[in-house]
Structure formats: structure tokens, C-alpha cells
Write a protein that binds this ligand. Sequence first.
Ligand code: CS2
Length: 494
Amino acid sequence: MESIKLNAQNLHKFTDRAAVPKYDRTKVKAGIIHVGIGGFHRAHQAFYTDQLLHTKGNENWGICGVALLNFDDRIYKTLKEQDGLYTLIVKELDGSLTTTIIGSIVEYLFAPENPKAVIEKMADASVKIISLTITEGGYNYNEATKQFDFKNPSIQHDLENPSHPKTIFGYLTQALKLRKDGNLKGLSIQSCDNIQGNGHMTQKMLLSYVEKAAPDLVEWIQLNISFPNSMVDRITPATLPKEIESLKETSGIDDAWPVVCEPFKQWVIEDDFVAGRPAWETVGAQFVADVAPYEKMKLSLLNAGHSVLGILGALIGYTTIDETVNNKNIRAFLNRYMDTEVTPVLGDLEGINLKNYKHSLLQRFGNIYIKDQIDRICSESSVKIPIFIVPTIKSQLKQHGNFNSAAFVIAAWAIYSLGIDEKGNPLNIKDAMADILYEKAKEAKEKPALFLELETVFDNLKESAVFVKAYTKAYQEIMKNGVEECLIAHNSTV
Ligand code: CS2
């Protein structure tokens, strides 16, 4: 099939090749600014919003995508060349594909090229929501001090160069100042990142920054900005070059950066939008009064489950999540971790069938068509582990419960951080803390507990003698027998 370049002019030519937007995109205005237009946003919020735009009356809820960082220039250029259009390829459990061209991103800005345009857009009266997927590390929270990290050089830069910011905090401060000075209404800042209480975190971090950068703005923010918490979910691996090729060959769609994802999707949001919001509930999102239990469940089962599989799988030499979870020893280990360590600390999850949830997770992880990359899962583990796994260990310690599996995973991560798998192949470690992780991992070879001194990751876990003991034992056993042997032994204990 002859392939056709994806853009607005050609859109009508795709009707028999994919589902396409049936609404008039020229009438859609951006009431939402989204910062961080990576794969996840395009598989999730932009998808929900595209579905919503098919119903009349929603024309003011299009999305303006902002690429914040220098290395985001590729996605910016792609969206610009394709008039914001891209293809979402859902890989169903039976291997069939559902291909949809998404039209909800109607504007796009590249912040490093034109910071003023981004600030002015955020201060535009028609914008009611600024949503974020800036990754766990993007919130600039220091787990050891429990405070905003003012030492970050980019934050220092923003304090010194307020009109040419680099971070989300610098941008928001400038934009909110303009809104206040222009007597405009407030808006909602909606985090869509995997953080417990992501709205509260955004609020706390932004106010910390503003207290220093523009103290006069603090009260206005408190009165005019809301920060709804939300739980977001859809497994979205990185797009590989072969996906781009196969889309061209099988569907004739020439798209420089399609997105691939699983069929499952979930979005649970607290209904706290000061300037109004799209009726996302009409396209499958859930609005609830308190999202905390849903977040906790997802972070400590799905995301932690991913980290468990990623770390153990990487050490053994696997490259994808499905092959890892389909190893029966790892699967049994994960089941046990979820049942005996996570489930008892989840608290009341009214209305949720946890057994089904856990069962569906194993099915989702095992989707052989998704081929989620272990490299993606293990990237930036130093900010994921404190959110996904450490809270479970702390809760178990508090109730004198069981944390052996978690200790095993932390020990495996310390060994992983040495950068070589059990077959002697180099591991591709992508982590802002990679150098320090490596230093500590080397020290840990002599005395495993030294790895736990990384306070921004482990907080005060090193002070728990029982945890240090379980972790050290696991470390020594993995070093001696390898992950899989240990798992077999671990799974056979009561
Ligand atoms: C993953 C998440 O980054 C990770 O480690 O666990 O990206 C996960 O795939 C998504 O949160 C799924 O909703």
C-alpha cells in the first residue's frame, strides 16, 4: 500500500486506513496546555480528549502541547510537521491492532526556542487547565529533606533568569504573575504523573519555589489555583523504529512518531477544577472525591510490580517485561510480593476488587504484543523506588510485618547498579543519579548496607536493623547464587 504523509491536508485520505477525527479541528481551541507531550500523554489524556471532541460543545477543550526540555525538540518538530496529528496503535491482547489518528493536540510550542510564547499562552484567559507529565523527578522534591531542592542548577538558573526559565516552576511563576497582574481568573494545574498525591505535591513544590521567587504571588495562588490529584494508567512502551515502518507498510500511514500502547486505560480524578473542566467522565474517566486509595493501589501494585520485574529481569538478562513475567519463578515472586507485602498495607479500597485488579495486572504485564522495554522501566529508578516501593516497606516496618521480597528487590537493585547483568553483559543504566548509584554500588560489595545510605532514595531505612539484616542477607545470596536460584528458594519458604 502506498504510504501517505500524516498531516491535516491529507487527513481525509486516511478514513479507510484508521479511525480519524470526525470533528472540525479548525474550530477546536486550546483550553488545556499540556507540558510533556511524550508517549504517555499521547496514549492517555490526549486520547480521552480526542474522544470527547467528537461530541459537540467541547470545542474549547483542545490541547496545546508544550515541549519543555531541549531534548524534546524531536517531538515538537514531529507534531509541527504533522499539524499535531499522530497515530495511536493499541495492541490488543489477541495481537490485533486498533489504529486511531488522534486530533486533540491543536497547538504545540517548544519552550527552549520561545519561552515568552509559552508564558503568554499559560497566561491566556482561554486556558483553564495546565496539565503536566514531567516525570517523577520533574517535581524537584528531595526525599531526604522532604523539601523543594533549591540546589538544582536549573532552579538556580530560573531564580536568576525569571524571564528565560528552564523548569516548570519558573514557567508557572511567570505565567501566574501575568494572570494576577492582568486581573485574570485562576486555573487548575493538574499533575498526571505517578506520584502519591500528585496534585498536593505540585502545589507544595510550586509554593516553595514561589515563596522565594515571587513572594507576593503566594496568596493569589492559594486563592485562585486548584491542584486536583489524579491517578493515571496506561502502559505505553517507547516507540521503536520498527513500529514506524510497520505502520507505513500495513496501514500506509507515514507518521514520524506514532504511539503504541495497551488496551487498558484508567483515569481517576478529583473533581476540583476552579475554572471548569472537560466532561472526561463521558469518555471513561472517573471523577471521585478522594483519589488517594486508587493512587496507592496503582503505584504500589502496578508501578512497583514493573520495577520488581524490571530489576530482576535485567539482572537475569531479559529485555522485556512480558518475557520476565512469563518466567514462572519471577511471576510467583511477584504474586507473593503483591499478596503478602503490598495488599496488607493498602487500607480500605471500597468498591475495588483487589483480587481481580492483581490478576489483570499479570495479564497486562504478560501481553506479548506490547514488549515493554526493561530499559524504560528501570530508567530513573532512583526517583521511582522511593514512590513505588519504599512506602510499602515503611508501612510493613511500622506494623512489624513482612518485607523480605521488597528487601530482595532493593538488594537486586544495588547489584544491578554495578552495571553488569548475570551473564556479564553491560546494563544500559539511565538515571540522573547513575554516577552516585555506581559509587555506592561499588562500596556495597564490601558492605551491602552502604547502598542504603542514599537518603534521597531510601530516606531513613538504613536505621532499621531488621530491614538492613533482610536486605544484607538477600544481597549476599544473590551475589552467591544468582537471582533465579534465590527466587526458587525464596518462593518455597512459608
Ligand atoms: C512504569 C510506568 O515508568 C514506569 O516505571 O511503571 O510508566 C507505567 O507503565 C505507567 O504508569 C502505566 O500507567
